[in-house]
Write a protein that binds this ligand. Structure first.
Ligand SMILES: *[C@@H]1O[C@H](CO)[C@@H](O)[C@H](O)[C@H]1NC(C)=O
Length: 121
């Protein structure tokens, strides 16, 4: 009876060690940027925010300083080496502003934010 109990606790301890090891491994193996999450961005410059998609259609100029929730992201034309566009709600409408003009805490893609419909990201 005692040896059966001991075998069970040994297996249980081995399982715990395995789970901890896998957790540590996935933590170190993940590239830093793939884990970058964001919810909003602040305008670090005034910029055009496009109604028709990244750089298309008509636009509104968003002043610097404001902070906006990012609803989705889209890959489009590059501005300052950044080809990510963030869809924000500004002045009662959705529009797309290039990520180059926003500080989100992530270099480009926010891993927790999905692609805007019709775009890759
Ligand atoms: C805005 O901030 C981002 C990230 O901090 C930076 O990469 C980018 O160059 C800045 N853009 C402008 C127009 O200052």
């Amino acid at each position: 009876m005692a040896s059966l109990h001991q075998a069970r606790s040994t297996r249980f301890a081995a399982l715990i060690i395995l789970i901890l090891a896998l957790g540590a491994l996935s933590f170190f193996a993940a590239p830093a940027d793939a884990q970058c999450t964001c919810t909003r961005g602040s305008m670090n410059s005034s910029a055009r925010c496009w109604y028709g998609g990244p750089g298309s259609g008509s636009y509104v100029t968003v002043p610097s300083g404001g902070t906006y929730s990012i609803n989705c992201q889209a890959v489009g034309g590059s501005v300052g080496g950044n080809n990510y566009w963030n869809r924000i709600w500004y002045n009662g409408r959705w529009c797309y502003v290039n990520d180059y003009y926003m500080t989100t805490g992530c270099a480009t893609k926010c891993s927790n934010i999905g692609c805007c419909s019709g775009y890759s990201c």
